[in-house]
Design a protein around this ligand. Structure first.
Ligand code: ARG
Length: 403
């Protein structure tokens, strides 16, 4: 084998295990495997053992949980980051971070290439390739699964032939997990009519436990505590995943549009993300003006679309972040959430920056609001609408007469 080195983003799963063998046997490279921990909860010792069994030159574990929570997930919370209004971008957010870490190892190790285990059918190849090339346009990228045009069945065959250990779960579904959510696809789930069996879920369990209230505290758009207990985002998310997951909250099942033009049936479990988004949006509704809210919705949607589509490193994403950041300076306060048998409800909110005024809104008692002013306001506000309708009526009347 040559002494040329490649750094592979390694999860220890089927795809990336197949990649190790292929990079060794076909490309004749020494493989350095790197696992970037974004809170997937995998056994890192087990992964490093697997890398050794596969004959890698070296394995590195990188703990990126804090960086992920406080440099990626936090931005997504402020941006209400949901793709097509549903998907919390869990996988999408890790890709630029993993790419950055892999590139750091490649520099340290003087590697000639980096590699990832993405297929040619998915979004992750788009995210990895654009991120890697944005960091260094001269680096060689090897994507073995895409290169070999492998399907899952062929991968399993290849794995057996090359004595790569695979577990039973792998044969049924393709999953991807981090602290912000878990994606489950493939197998019987590819039929969009089939209801997902309970057994596929790890976090969401409908345990029929008594209703529970939860107070989520935000500062500048970021959750900083639960029930008067301050927590870093890195600790708060896993805590909330368990807490909301036990109430059966956080399943998303929908038909998603991939970047590469394929529609896909996706199932996610993301109890913390769903709870935080509901609460965050509610608090924004309390403290932002209606003009800010309308415009921010457009910006949030563009942000989510860009992150989904592999454009984390595009300058526009950062420009949007500057706008979003600026809107969050008043998003401080508390939201009271009720967890009840699979449902999540906001039942209260408060903020020192609240724009809600009970004295103005009340129908019960007198306030400074002069109702007489409303008449003139409505006349001017509706003026064009009233005129346009008169003109339309005239047009249809004239048409009838012509007939
Ligand atoms: N569809 C999602 C995305 O593109 C999740 C992909 C998860 N990957 C997996 N191997 N199941 O971000």
């Amino acid at each position: 084998m040559s002494n040329k080195k490649v750094v592979l983003a390694f999860s220890g799963g089927l795809d990336t295990s197949v990649c190790v063998k292929y990079l060794q046997n076909y490309h004749k490279l020494e493989v350095i495997t790197a696992t970037v921990d974004c809170g997937q909860g995998d056994d890192l010792a087990e992964i490093s053992k697997k890398s050794k069994i596969l004959g890698a030159l070296k394995h590195v574990n990188i703990d990126a949980k804090k960086e992920f929570a406080e440099g990626f997930v936090n931005k997504s919370i402020m941006a209400n980051g949901l793709y097509e209004g549903k998907y919390p971008l869990a996988t999408a957010l890790t890709r630029p971070l993993i790419a950055t870490k892999i590139m750091e190892v490649a520099t340290q190790e003087d590697a000639i290439a980096v590699a990832h285990g993405c297929t040619g059918k998915g979004n992750d190849q788009v995210r990895f390739d654009i991120a890697i090339l944005s960091l260094d346009p001269s680096i060689k990228i090897i994507a073995p699964i895409r290169e070999m045009n492998l399907t899952r069945d062929l991968e399993i065959k290849y794995a057996k032939k090359n004595k790569i250990p695979i577990d039973e779960e792998v044969k049924k579904y393709s999953t991807d997990t981090n602290m912000w959510g878990r994606a489950i696809e493939g197998g019987i789930l590819e039929d969009p009519w089939i209801e997902p069996p309970e057994s596929i879920f790890k976090l969401v369990k409908n345990l029929n436990i008594p209703d529970e209230y939860l107070e989520l505290e935000f500062e500048n758009g970021i959750p900083i505590g639960i029930d008067n207990q301050k927590m870093s985002l890195t600790d708060l998310i896993p805590y909330l995943n368990i807490k909301a997951g036990r109430h059966g909250i956080g399943v998303i099942d929908f038909i998603e549009d991939r970047v590469v033009g394929i529609k896909t049936r996706e199932i996610y479990e993301a109890p913390a993300a769903q709870t935080i988004f509901v609460a965050h949006k509610d608090l924004e509704q309390l403290v932002l003006t209606k003009h800010e809210l309308r415009f921010k919705q457009i910006v949030d949607d563009q942000w989510s679309w860009m992150v989904y589509s592999g454009l984390w490193f595009d300058p526009l994403r950062e420009d949007l972040d500057r706008f979003i950041d600026a809107t969050q300076k008043r998003v401080t306060g508390k939201v009271k959430v009720k967890l009840q048998n699979g449902s999540l409800k906001v039942v209260g909110r408060k903020s020192i920056n609240s724009l809600y005024s009970q004295t103005l809104a009340t129908y019960l008692s007198d306030s400074d609001f002069n109702q007489n002013l409303a008449k003139g306001f409505i006349e001017l506000w509706g003026m064009e609408t009233v005129v346009a309708n008169r003109l339309s009526r005239n047009i249809s009347r004239n048409k009838k007469r012509e007939k």
